[in-house]
Ligand binder design. Structure first.
Ligand SMILES: *Cc1c(COP(=O)(O)O)cnc(C)c1O
Length: 396
């Protein structure tokens, strides 16, 4: 552990004294020596006053940029009215958000929770209860979260080590391998759910092919099982459409959302298409904080801001980013869609992330050799150029 104040502007970190408490945090993350204190649009500042261009977006969370005025105003207004009432009662922000999301997904019904992993837990439970069956098919390399059910459906064995036994009844198929999918799904008579990310995010920014996703939908429909699109990372306009699935020609029975939904306040949602879970009723699932009024008020402002103009910016800036990345030394391949971009490098990605941060740019990895970029959807042309120049310098 580094001590307080090391490398900081004189006084700042020492005055806050925060460095002293790093040992009081369970070390589940390997954090660099950076404490973020402020954000505005696509920029964030640390406690030493250094500015960063934020192309991690808090891991695809800060969809509209830090402290977006409309979202901030909505959250402020709700803070002054009501913080919490519990799910024993209706609240206006929760109802408004359900209506907005339902309108985006053909009359779907929403269950609100607090994170992506919780949204996927809800999907697993709804699928089992709705079908009366146990089995789940997920993808190798997929990521659905860290709680026991979502972890069991996460196709990354390294994340399981030390946490077994996992949920029984989960089989994995290879992404974009239809034969492997058919094998994992059979026999269909005990299949409850196929869950997949339209673009595997944590698993390396791997887009699923339209034919593969259509086959998954057909297998689920034939078997009487449900198809869930985990759009926790790809949803809310990130790929250029409200849901990434819109570009894949399928209508999943279940959709999970979280990351960008409230621009940084904790929230998750499971959307259930009309008539797909008639067995679900009072008492079947719940969450004390789920549908929190402040988070829902912020989320309403986010959903209302995702319009044609914003989506056009996602597509234009995404094309600009991908084209620029392809021209950089050390970039072997660029994958993704819109503002979910993965640059496959000819070297390990983690040192490149550090080198970018030293030059004032926050970026992410997705696996050992993939640099992952998830800027706010409002990112400007000049900011993309600036990021490309820094990544180029870091790779040179
Ligand atoms: C981040 C992520 C999750 C987990 O969300 P949390 O909010 O961290 O629980 C689940 N699925 C996908 C696709 C994700 O990217």
């Amino acid at each position: 552990m580094t001590g307080a104040g090391e490398g900081a502007a004189p006084g700042l970190r020492g005055d806050l004294g925060l460095g002293l408490h790093r040992d009081a945090v369970l070390p589940t993350y390997a954090r660099p020596d950076v404490t973020i204190v402020r954000g505005e649009a696509c920029r964030a500042w640390d406690d030493a006053g250094r500015a960063y261009l934020d192309f991690g977006g808090g891991i695809a969370v800060v969809a509209l940029g830090h402290c977006h005025p409309a979202v901030t105003a909505a959250a402020h207004a709700q803070l002054d009215a009501l913080w919490h009432a519990s799910n024993l009662y209706w609240t206006e922000p929760m109802l408004r958000l359900a209506g907005l999301l339902s309108a985006r997904l053909g009359g779907a019904q929403a269950f609100f929770c607090n994170s992506g992993t919780e949204a996927n837990e809800a999907a697993l439970k709804v699928a089992r209860k709705a079908t009366g069956r146990p089995r789940i098919v997920a993808l190798e390399g997929g990521f659905h979260g860290r709680t026991m059910g979502a972890l069991s459906a996460t196709g990354q064995p390294a994340k399981w080590v030390g946490f077994g036994p996992l949920l029984p009844g989960v089989a994995f198929a290879r992404p974009n391998d239809v034969e492997s999918l058919r094998a994992a799904a059979s026999p269909g008579d005990d299949l409850a759910l196929i869950i997949l990310e339209p673009i595997l995010g944590e698993g390396g920014v791997v887009p699923l092919e339209e034919g593969f996703v259509r086959t998954a939908a057909a297998i689920a429909a034939e078997a009487g099982a449900l198809l869930c699109a985990d759009e926790v990372q790809t949803g809310l306009g990130r790929t250029g459409t409200f849901f990434a699935c819109e570009q894949l020609g399928v209508e999943p029975d279940l959709v999970t959302l979280a990351k960008g939904l409230a621009n940084g306040l904790p929230i998750g949602a499971l959307l259930v298409r009309e008539g797909k879970a008639p067995a679900i009723g009072p008492g079947d699932h719940g969450s004390t904080f789920g549908g929190n009024p402040v988070a829902c008020a912020a989320a309403c402002a986010v959903v209302e801001a995702i319009d044609g103009e914003l989506l056009a910016n996602v597509v234009a800036r995404g094309d600009q980013l991908a084209a620029g990345l392809r021209d950089l030394p050390g970039v072997r391949e660029v994958r993704g869609r819109g503002l979910l971009a993965g640059a496959v490098l000819d070297r390990p990605a983690a040192p490149v992330v550090d080198a970018c941060r030293d030059r004032g740019l926050l970026v992410l990895t997705a696996g050992a050799d993939v640099l992952r970029l998830l800027p706010p959807l409002v990112v400007a042309e000049a900011e993309v150029e600036e990021a490309l120049a820094i990544i180029g310098a870091a790779l040179a």
